[in-house]
Design a protein around this ligand. Structure first.
Ligand SMILES: NC(=O)C1=CN([C@@H]2O[C@H](COP(=O)(O)OP(=O)(O)OC[C@H]3O[C@@H](n4cnc5c(N)ncnc54)[C@H](O)[C@@H]3O)[C@@H](O)[C@H]2O)C=CC1
Ligand SMILES: O=C(O)[C@H]1O[C@H](OP(=O)(O)OP(=O)(O)OC[C@H]2O[C@@H](n3ccc(=O)[nH]c3=O)[C@H](O)[C@@H]2O)[C@H](O)[C@@H](O)[C@@H]1O
Length: 429
């Protein structure tokens, strides 16, 4: 099958590469020229384990190409995937400008019957709108069908998730286009769930909102654990053994970040609000997460009379390990608060530092290793559980002025840290 993918960010690129790997001919289109140049050379513009290798392999096999030219990109396409961003607007709703532009681009250049597949996370009703834009603006008289095919991959394990996901959701109006998209995905060998377009759109938001709810729930349990002398890890384990609850996404910490949970929870509140429904539970989830992000700053304030001129080492900046993505990372607000309070902040992340420099406060200093970050620090904050950080021996903290560690990801054993002579503050333990 000839497939075009519009937008080659985390989702578009991984989708394009995965579809090429299972044998399709894929052309990826992006408006970012520098990105496209890089990808043509087999270099991924994002950090995603295994992606460079798979890209190169499929480029060499002649199944994967890149272009900035929509006309060229759509020329042979039987199916066009839309994977452009749907970022958050100031009011929390999803910004659909990139989606609408992609629809207009499709309308302008398609010359044969096609199926448009929406991978981007879009509010209920958006697929109808995409079809309407294409039909209103199409130059050639061809048949267009639309399918909602939301994406469930996680950054940092995106390829693994594409090839081993729990389900592929296909939302369509007719059996014909649904069967084509099923056929395209068949080689993945994953369970396929067929539904209507609006339900597919909502499955995506409901799934992210539910996972975010689990995280905020366990974070509130962690707050209670700290007050009653229980251990949140033990509580989560005991809860998760019940198959109805499940053990995943019950890691307490400094809350969820990233490009999706924060924006998708707020967008779902808006989607509900638009039909006069007050999604109270989800509002609570968002509020808890907001508080959770600055929990370590509250703990620092409790420990130190003042943070003025205190040297604070920050270990980990990305919103989660194995990605260079800084979108909605807790490190942004935490480092901002520390600088406001007069602290000297020195930070380290194994891969996200380049992105971080463009986003974080200009006064932040950067180090090249865990050891260099900790040297002479008054306190250390752990914000991302990279293996390099979680595997550190407690002795590494002894180069600090005093080994005082605030761990926002519960990376270390309380006992090992205590025995290693570290004053250790974690979450809910
Ligand atoms: N990042 C993730 O892990 C996941 C994201 N999603 C959803 O997938 C969508 C895409 O997300 P990301 O890949 O993170 O976005 P991204 O921001 O990383 O990438 C979007 C890309 O689209 C390009 N673009 C914008 N307009 C274009 C146009 N008219 N023609 C061609 N290219 C265009 C941009 O230059 C950019 O490279 C969003 O709706 C997101 O919510 C869904 C599941 C996982
Ligand atoms: O729509 C999306 O973009 C994606 O959003 C999440 O994936 P992602 O944001 O890449 O990463 P997660 O592993 O879900 O982590 C999100 C945030 O939650 C935090 N988290 C996760 C799990 C946990 O138990 N506790 C916790 O605080 C992580 O540290 C991170 O900040 C979902 O897991 C994907 O299924 C979905 O496709």
């Amino acid at each position: 099958m000839n497939i075009s993918v519009v937008g080659t960010g985390y989702v578009g690129l991984v989708t394009g590469v995965s579809l090429a790997e299972i044998g399709h001919h894929v052309i990826c289109i992006d408006i970012d020229e520098a990105k496209v140049e890089q990808m043509k050379q087999g270099i991924s513009p994002i950090y995603e384990p295994g992606l460079d290798e798979l890209m190169s392999r499929n480029i060499e096999a002649g199944r994967l190409t890149f272009t900035t030219n929509h006309k060229e990109g759509f020329h042979l396409a039987d199916v066009i995937y839309i994977a452009v961003g749907t970022p958050e607007k100031v009011d929390g709703s999803a910004n659909l400008v990139f989606i609408e532009q992609a629809a207009r681009d499709i309308a302008k250049y398609i010359m044969k019957d096609i199926i448009v597949v929406t991978k981007s996370t879009v509010p209920v009703g958006t697929n109808d709108r995409i079809l309407e834009i294409i039909e209103d603006n199409q130059i050639h008289n061809v048949q267009i069908d639309i399918v909602a095919n939301p994406e469930f991959l996680r950054e940092g394990s995106a390829l693994m998730d594409s090839f081993n996901g729990d389900r592929i959701v296909i939302g369509a109006n007719n059996v014909y286009e649904a069967s084509i998209i099923e056929k395209i995905n068949e080689p993945f060998g994953l369970p396929i769930y067929h539904t209507d377009i609006r339900s597919a759109e909502l499955i995506k938001y409901a799934s992210n909102a539910f996972l975010a709810t689990k995280i905020s729930f366990i974070n509130e349990i962690a707050a209670i654990c700290e007050r009653v002398g229980a251990n949140v890890e033990h509580v989560a384990k005991g809860m998760g053994m019940d198959k109805r609850i499940g053990g995943e996404f019950l890691n307490a910490g400094i809350g969820y970040g990233g490009s999706c949970f924060p924006k998708d929870t707020k967008a779902l509140i808006q989607i509900a609000g638009n039909v006069a429904y007050d999604f109270e539970l989800l509002k609570g989830v968002v509020n808890v997460n907001q508080k959770q992000r600055t929990l370590l700053v509250d703990k620092l304030n409790e420990r130190f009379a003042t943070l003025v001129d205190k040297r604070i080492a920050v270990l980990g900046l990305a919103f989660k390990p194995n990605t260079d993505d800084m979108r909605e990372a807790a490190s942004i607000i935490i480092t901002e608060r520390l600088i406001e309070k007069g602290a000297i902040v020195i930070a380290y992340d194994p891969v996200a530092m380049e992105n971080a420099r463009g986003i974080l406060h200009a006064d932040i200093l950067y180090a090249n290793s865990v050891q260099e970050t900790l040297h002479d620090a008054d306190a250390a904050l752990v914000l991302t559980e990279w293996d390099e950080i979680r595997n550190a021996d407690p002795t590494v903290f002894h180069s600090m002025k005093n080994p005082i560690v605030f761990d926002g990801r519960n990376c270390f054993s309380v006992d090992v840290m205590r025995e290693g002579g570290v004053e250790y503050w974690s979450v809910g333990r």
